[in-house]
Design a protein around this ligand. Structure first.
Ligand code: ADP
Length: 690
């Protein structure tokens, strides 16, 4: 076979620089460098494609391991020694155990002092397709293997335990024991992976971060059993030479018809290293480099976004969900009640693969690498969140948002708004994005605002009480006068020669009742004046109206206003804060009294009414005979500090509105067809217990 003289051939590619090996990486012919004893030092991607052995597994191994004709090799060596070069066909063993004839040209390179240093070999398949026929599938993409070098030293004790089972030929049974399998895959550490492996299953973690991690953290769910089984088979086989095991896998959504090969050898001084290669065509025909370039852009974009972002790989949950559906689980919520361990599983297997600078800053971390690993840490103080995310995912939603607490790396608790964006198509859960917005400050401000509001409402109530001093004095005075009168009468009855005890008894009972009444009035005033956190209780709105009237009845009487109240019987109960509702009603009453006072009409009337509106709400209505509200003011009267009164503050109606809205109700003002203003508010009815 004639050699085409190409760029690669003309350069002394391994003079020293790394850039040169990069060039050889790009060569379309196989380029191999080995030392004078045959130990392979360099193995380019074209060699991976030609022979199937990935560089990770080939470098460090002796070329004779791959030779199927040792006798022939000796002649070749002699020629190399004498002439410094050799050219001809060689027969090699492929990764899959087949044979391939390659045309190679070998050149000995010497040191500056003329001593032979190593041998560079260029090679290509001798007959078109000859190597393909030895591969399990004649698809050239298959040869770009995803390869792994795995350290099994930690799982030796486990393997010893399982040894008997394997020796009995029960390897298939091993795959049926997920615990055993997980233990093996968690204990087996990645020593090295090639770019393709990192690309296929490493998410965006990158090669360097996969190294040192358990292989189980990255290996797709499909084929975990097969991997465990192959590792065990290679590790437990102590026969001499290279032990190779190969299995076909079910398609995993990333590769078509993948084939997995594991091999290792106790003879080459690395007994605890098992090499694994996965071959198969990707469904995606975009080149690896194209993908890498777009990933790079994506990564840069993510890193500079001004939002804290975590990219997680949740791909191991996809088959779980699929299996649940296949088993007829439609109500995941109910299922999780019985299988809470699935949530723990999710927290373990869903892994953070990428974080941006904002996220590092949010958690007060040092480097993005601090975050790489299982996502569980995120939910440490919000243990219910992962379950809700799972439910959203199961329902096929594209987004999920909630406010949760997280603990930062320096131990602070912060409030964040978490938004989860699930990828499309939904089966590809490997790029699920979590964005976190720190809302601690905002919530604090909101709490402060609420606090101000409460204090403001309280202050308004106190100032209102001041205005009612006359009314209140009058209300308390009535029972007190009754007590005095009844007390004096009793004394008179007692001072008679023949004291009328029965009469005194009757009068004393009245005294007690009046004293109680006075005490109740004082209690209510104190209730209005007291500062308290709003507390919702079940209330009868009619009763609250009666209580509110206590504060204004005297004023109403003094101003000769006629008050009518049509209060519905059996009004449904509402859930409300008693004092706040009293405040609303008193405010509305006072406004009506003041409005009527402006008019010099003979009709001085306030009509109160309560009714159930039939749509789950009870309504309070107040209609007065005042001048009504100019239409142009109707939109503004609930605004804070809107007033048309000379000494008005303009906060009464604003407070009424905020109280009613906080109770889930509504309030409105209008002009009554018969004249005067009408205000109505509605509150939701408390659902009756079943
Ligand atoms: P203030 O009473 O201090 O003015 P409010 O918030 O209670 O504050 O009322 C705001 C404005 O709404 C009043 O100044 C008045 O113009 C109008 N208003 C409120 N109630 C009535 C009513 N019953 N009739 C006519 N106008 C009213």
């Amino acid at each position: 076979m004639a050699w085409r003289r190409g760029a690669v051939e003309n350069i002394d590619i391994f003079a020293n620089a790394e850039a040169d090996t990069e060039l050889a990486d790009l060569a379309s012919d196989s380029v191999i460098v080995f030392d004078l004893t045959g130990n392979i030092r360099y193995w380019n991607p074209a060699s991976e494609r030609l022979y199937g052995w990935p560089a990770i597994g080939a470098i460090g191994r002796n070329l004779s391991d791959m030779s199927s004709n040792p006798a022939f090799q000796i002649a070749q060596w002699q020629s190399l020694r004498q002439e410094g070069r050799w050219e001809g066909p060689v027969e090699r063993r492929t990764l899959w155990g087949g044979r391939i004839t390659a045309s190679v040209r070998q050149t000995v390179r010497c040191n500056a002092d003329g001593e032979p240093r190593d041998i560079v070999e260029y090679g290509r398949g001798a007959t078109k397709g000859s190597h393909l026929s030895s591969a399990p599938n004649a698809d050239v993409h298959r040869f770009a293997a995803a390869s792994w070098a795995l350290d099994i030293s930690r799982v030796r004790p486990l393997l010893d335990r399982m040894g008997d089972l394997i020796n009995e030929g029960a390897a298939a049974e091993l795959a049926q024991q997920p615990d055993w399998m997980d233990e093996l895959l968690e204990g087996t550490r990645i020593v090295n992976v090639n770019e393709r492996a990192a690309h296929l299953v490493g998410g965006h973690v990158g090669r360097s971060r996969m190294i040192g991690q358990p292989v189980g953290a990255f290996w797709p769910r499909v084929g975990r059993g097969v991997l465990a089984e192959l590792i065990a088979a290679v590790a437990m086989d102590h026969s001499p030479g290279v032990i190779t095991r190969m299995r076909k896998l079910a398609s995993d959504g990333v590769l078509r018809d993948p084939v997995i090969t594991a091999w290792g050898s106790e003879e080459d001084g690395r007994p605890d290293i098992v090499f694994v290669a996965v071959n198969g065509a990707t469904d995606d025909d975009r080149s690896f480099w194209y993908l890498r370039a777009s990933e790079e852009r994506y990564r840069k974009l993510i890193h500079h976004l001004p939002v804290a972002l975590l990219q997680v790989d949740a791909s191991r949950m996809a088959p779980v969900f699929e299996e649940l559906r296949d088993n007829g689980v439609n109500d995941l919520n109910a299922y999780l009640d019985e299988h809470p361990e699935l949530v723990d599983f999710m927290k373990k297997v869903v892994r953070v693969t990428e974080v941006n600078q904002r996220a590092v800053a949010l958690f007060n971390g040092t480097v993005p690498a601090d975050f790489i690993g299982s996502v569980g840490f995120l939910y440490e103080v919000s243990p219910e969140t992962p379950r809700r995310i799972m439910l959203a995912r199961f329902e096929g939603r594209r987004n999920y948002t909630e406010i949760m607490k997280v603990r930062t790396f320096d131990g602070r608790l912060i409030d964040v708004r978490l938004s989860v964006t699930f990828p499309a198509p939904s089966e590809r859960l490997d790029v699920t994005l979590l964005s976190l917005e720190n809302i601690t400050e905002r919530l604090r401000t909101e709490r402060q605002l609420h606090q101000f509001e409460t204090e403001f409402t309280h202050a308004a109530r106190i100032s209102m009480l001041g205005e009612f001093a006359t009314s209140i004095a009058h209300e308390v005075n009535q029972p007190l006068s009754a007590i005095v009168t009844n007390g004096e009468t009793s004394l008179r009855w007692l001072s008679r020669d023949n004291p009328n005890i029965a009469k005194v008894e009757q009068l004393t009972a009245r005294i007690v009742s009046s004293a109680r009444h006075a005490s109740e009035i004082v209690q209510r005033i104190r209730g209005m004046a007291a500062k308290h956190e709003p507390a919702r209780i079940a209330l009868d709105l009619n009763q609250v109206i009666e209580e509110a009237l206590l504060f204004v009845r005297h004023d109403i009487d003094a101003k000769s206003i006629h008050l009518s109240a049509r209060l519905a019987c059996d009004l449904p109960i509402v859930l409300a804060d008693r004092v706040q509702l009293q405040q609303v009603i008193v405010n509305l009453l006072v406004n009506s009294i003041q409005a009527i006072a402006q008019e010099s009409r003979s009709v001085r009337q306030i009509d109160l009414a309560t009714y159930e509106d039939g749509e789950g709400a009870v309504t309070f209505s107040i209609h007065d005979s005042g001048p009504g509200i100019p239409v142009c003011n109707l939109d503004s009267i609930f605004d804070s500090f809107f007033t048309t009164k000379e000494t008005g503050m303009g906060i009464g109606l604003a407070i009424c509105q905020s109280i009613i809205l906080a109770h889930g109700g509504s309030i409105c003002a209008s002009n009554h067809p018969d004249g005067g203003a009408q205000f109505r508010f509605s509150l939701p009815v408390l659902p009756k217990p079943n």
